[in-house]
Write a protein that binds this ligand. Structure first.
Ligand code: PEP
Ligand code: MG
Length: 868
């Protein structure tokens, strides 16, 4: 039978899956000889057993953990359930992947009437003993017995009001005893410590399925099947008096990444007070002033842990009567900026390798790094200041609850969530908010940690605001009233709150970012190109590291005011002569536009796709527009109407588009080819090095390609002969239809490259219209009929299978054939991993995704190597 219970000296940091992250690290710290209060861990497989048995603990479990408990008692020199010398426990959750604050915790377990009295005697601190007892009843009733925690808070408020008390520190031991009497009327609270322990273990397992944990797992793609471990650890007390306290610290600054120890501390407080953010903590240096020996130990411990784990650590510690204890360590959540700085610094410090540094940065972090910032020049008067908890700039309409945030954001309205503090229950509101602002809490409060992890701009500890939920107002120290629905801007980098919509500058860059990207380039196999049509987009793409254009959608080049009528005239031509006249005009534009792209992408390939969309997309829709067009191009409006109707299709995406246009109107293709090659000639003559690649869209069989190739070759040769020049070029096809993929072996002999157009390929594989999918896909996602939106992240099972088949069967049929992807998936990290594994040559994505794609491509390459 598998062992279900492990003592802290029986595991290590590599046992995450078995003992959960928290448990594994408690074991590791114990083995390192750090002052960790002793305890034991009930494993994650036990949690799965519990659920499989219909929420029943295995029958032998209690026997097993009682053996461990005896050993903990010996080590701690105190006994569970013994009023003379009581041992109390914290009972905490901890899954193999970090889910901060999402599951339940119970502290001070093991107290009852008799033991509280004993604790009072033993510690000679009745106030502390009864405060601990009432905290325990409150937490136990809330978490285990399901009694609303607010009822208890309400009783305390009532009691304080009736007895002229304001703060908790005003409460005496007798006051807490009175509160305990009231509490016991609210909950059927078990006096037997062993019953408490058993119920607490069950409650922690059950908390795996609390709504907030479910939302968090869904957001972070964490499988439901993992389950949580339970750690049962001897309690130490930070609320014992002024020589006690609790703190949270990071080995480096989690916001900026700066290599400086960073932490927060509350004197005479339990750990939950720091995390909950109900009091704003002091910088950890305050501990150095009052208890330098303890600070020294803390400082040495953090340095040791970072070196040992080779990553930035987020730690919880407690001081009880001047003695220092470590309660937790884990890899710290960090902002995008910090993650990049820390990764680069740690390579420079010789702590990690370049490959490891690349794996430490998530694609989301790179994106967050590219976030907009409030323009310093545009800042107007700042109405409140708080802590810069999560960087970036955000503007939105003020809401005061998570529910309101979801409601208002539903139609795409940007919201800023304003709360006194946030709790894990607010996660759904935080997820939709552009920015988060809290009155209370420090840099390590729930709001700060969660916002940073999500890359959402946030300000915490904005104590100058007075928030009134009922009235829907937040009043600043100067009396400025911010009302529900008002537009405000947060600068999460500076911690400043401003009224109105303040302009933001484009995302910035840093030397560290460039260094990391250069490592990514060194460690990746996939090339990264961009999808771009305008010289501006192409220039941006190149600046962000694009190695060419993987898709230039030529149709986008005909919509400008000076060319759309010529396009329409061409489409509405009644004879070939008429069409040729318009095509001659379009030729000039096409050539000049493409010339600009060749210039920007000097020395790099530019893939120009032949006209693709259904022609009616270019035509006017209303009678007024048609009449106006009739006048401009000198055609009777009736003719225009009739021809437009004629072009109308029942299923345009499956209709007259792609290379089918070239089959019916070869003259359009001739014009485009002439324009592309003429532009290449012009570019060459001007001293540039163009590499045109002509791409045929929506192919289904080899005969289409042969026919198109003939038109294309003829066009190219005519231009080159006329100019007596030779230019390198390629002709290839998009792979967008299932039939093209299934028949790739035959297509291969006729092309020099294949580029997967996974937008259409997904549409045609699923039979889901990419333009109408919004009507039903949300339901599919909700009901888990699909894992994720297949238009965002490649469906590897079926669409991926078609790609794999196409590559496998065509590879080697023609020497030097290149494979790429230019659908939206080309910028999606998970899909990039797939493309790497498939051995494609390049991905092509929108310009702003290029840095993400560079990192993802490197991760795809080094990730496998590291885990081998
Ligand atoms: C595709 O289908 O994936 C593609 C890139 O082409 P478009 O999106 O223009 O149809
Ligand atoms: Mg397409």
């Amino acid at each position: 039978m598998a062992k279900r219970v492990y003592l802290f000296n029986e595991g290590g940091k590599d046992d995450r899956e078995l003992l959960g992250g928290k448990g594994a690290n408690l074991c590791e710290m114990t083995t390192l000889g750090l002052p960790v209060p002793f305890g034991f861990i009930i494993t994650t497989p036990t949690c799965r057993e519990f659920f499989e048995a219909g929420n029943q603990l295995p029958s032998l479990l209690e026997q097993e953990y009682r053996v461990a408990l005896d050993l903990v008692e010996k080590k701690m020199g105190a006994r569970f359930g013994d009023p003379e010398n009581p041992l109390l426990f914290s009972v905490r959750s901890g899954a193999s992947v970090s889910m901060p604050g999402m599951m339940n915790t119970i502290l001070n377990l093991g107290l009852n009437d008799e033991i509280a009295e004993g604790l009072a005697k033993k510690t000679d601190n009745a106030r502390f003993a009864y405060d601990s007892y009432r905290r325990f009843i409150q937490m136990f009733a809330d978490v285990v017995l399901g009694v609303d925690g607010k009822l208890f808070e309400h009783e305390i408020e009532k009691y304080k009001a009736a007895h002229n008390k304001v703060l908790d520190v005003d409460m005496t031991a007798e006051d807490w005893q009175s509160i305990i009497v009231i509490y016991k009327t609210l909950a059927n609270f078990p006096q037997d410590p062993f019953v408490q322990l058993k119920l607490a273990v069950e409650a922690v397992f059950l908390s795996w399925y609390t709504p907030r944990a479910n939302v968090y797992r869904e957001m972070n793609n964490i499988p439901d099947t993992l389950g949580t471990a339970v750690s049962v650890q001897a309690m130490v007390f930070g609320n014992f008096g002024d020589d006690s306290g609790s703190g949270v610290a990071f080995t480096r600054n989690p916001s900026t990444g700066e290599h400086a120890f960073f932490g927060e501390y509350l004197f005479n407080a339990a750990g939950e007070d720091v995390v909950a953010g109900t009091r704003t903590p002091l910088p950890v240096e305050a501990l150095n002033e009052r208890m330098p020996e303890v600070y020294k130990e803390l400082y040495a411990t953090q340095a040791l842990l970072e070196k040992h784990y080779r990553d930035m650590q987020d730690m919880e510690f407690t001081v009880q009567q001047g003695k220092f204890y470590m309660l937790q360590t884990r890899s710290g959540k960090r902002t995008g900026r910090a993650s990049i700085k820390i990764a680069v610094d740690m390579v420079n410090e010789g702590l990690i390798t370049e490959s490891e540094a690349l794996m430490r940065v998530s694609p989301e972090h790179v994106e967050a790094f590219l976030h907009p910032m409030v323009d310093p020049a545009a800042k107007t008067s700042i109405v409140a200041n708080g802590l810069p908890a999560s960087p970036g700039g955000a503007t939105g309409s003020v809401v005061f609850s998570a529910e309101e945030a979801v409601e208002v954001a539903r139609d795409g309205t940007a919201v800023v969530l304003v709360r006194r503090e946030t709790t894990p229950e607010d996660i759904h509101g935080m997820k939709v908010a552009e920015g988060i602002l809290t009155e209370l809490g420090g840099m390590t409060s729930h709001a700060a940690v969660v916002a940073r992890g999500m890359g959402v701009c946030a300000i915490t500890g904005c104590g100058s605001l007075t928030i009134n939920y009922q009235q829907g107002t937040a009043v600043t120290a100067e009396g400025v009233v911010i009302k529900r629905g008002d537009i405000i801007t947060l600068d999460g980098t500076a911690g400043e709150v401003m009224l109105g919509d303040i302009p933001k500058t484009e995302a910035s860059s840093s030397d560290d970012f460039q260094i990391l990207l250069s490592w990514a380039d060194k460690h990746r196999k996939l090339k990264v190109r961009a999808n771009a049509e305008t010289p501006e987009d192409a220039a941006k793409a190149r600046e962000l590291g694009a190695e060419g254009i993987g898709l230039c959608r030529t149709e986008h080049m005909f919509f400008a005011a000076d060319r759309i009528d010529k396009m329409r005239g061409m489409i509405l031509s009644e004879t070939k002569e008429e069409r040729l006249k318009y095509l001659d005009m379009l030729f000039e534009f096409q050539r000049d536009d493409i010339l600009e792209l060749f210039k920007v992408m000097d020395g790099l390939p530019v893939t120009v796709r032949l006209l693709d969309p259904p022609l009616h997309e270019f035509l006017p829709h209303t009678p007024e527009e048609m009449s106006a067009l009739a006048k401009r191009i000198g055609k009777p409006v009736e003719t225009i109407k009739a021809m437009t109707e004629n072009l109308h299709e029942v299923n345009p995406m499956l209709g007259f588009r792609g290379c089918r246009l070239s089959v019916v109107y070869p003259e359009i293709t001739e014009m485009q080819v002439r324009a592309i090659i003429s532009a290449a000639v012009d570019a060459t003559e001007q001293g540039y090095r163009p590499f045109p690649e002509i791409m045929i869209p929506l192919v289904v069989n080899v005969r289409e390609i042969r026919m198109l190739n003939e038109i294309i070759d003829k066009g190219i040769q005519e231009v080159l002969k006329e100019k007596a020049i030779s230019i390198p070029y390629k002709v290839g096809t998009m792979m967008e239809t299932p039939r093209a993929c299934l028949g790739a072996d035959r297509l291969a002999g006729e092309v020099e490259f294949m580029s997967f157009g996974t937008n259409d390929l997904t549409q045609m594989t699923y039979g889901f219209s990419r333009d109408d999918v919004g009507k039903f896909l949300p339901q599919y996602l909700d009901k888990k009929l699909v894992e994720s939106d297949p238009f965002v992240s490649l469906d590897q099972r079926a669409v991926g299978k078609l790609m794999e088949m196409a590559v496998t069967e065509s590879r080697g049929r023609k020497k030097g054939i290149k494979y790429g992807i230019c659908g939206e998936h080309g910028g999606d990290p998970r899909s990039i991993q797939f493309c790497h594994d498939l051995g494609l040559d390049y991905v092509s994505c929108s310009p702003f995704r290029v840095p993400v794609a560079r990192i993802a491509a490197a991760q795809a390459n080094v990730g496998g190597a590291l885990s081998d």
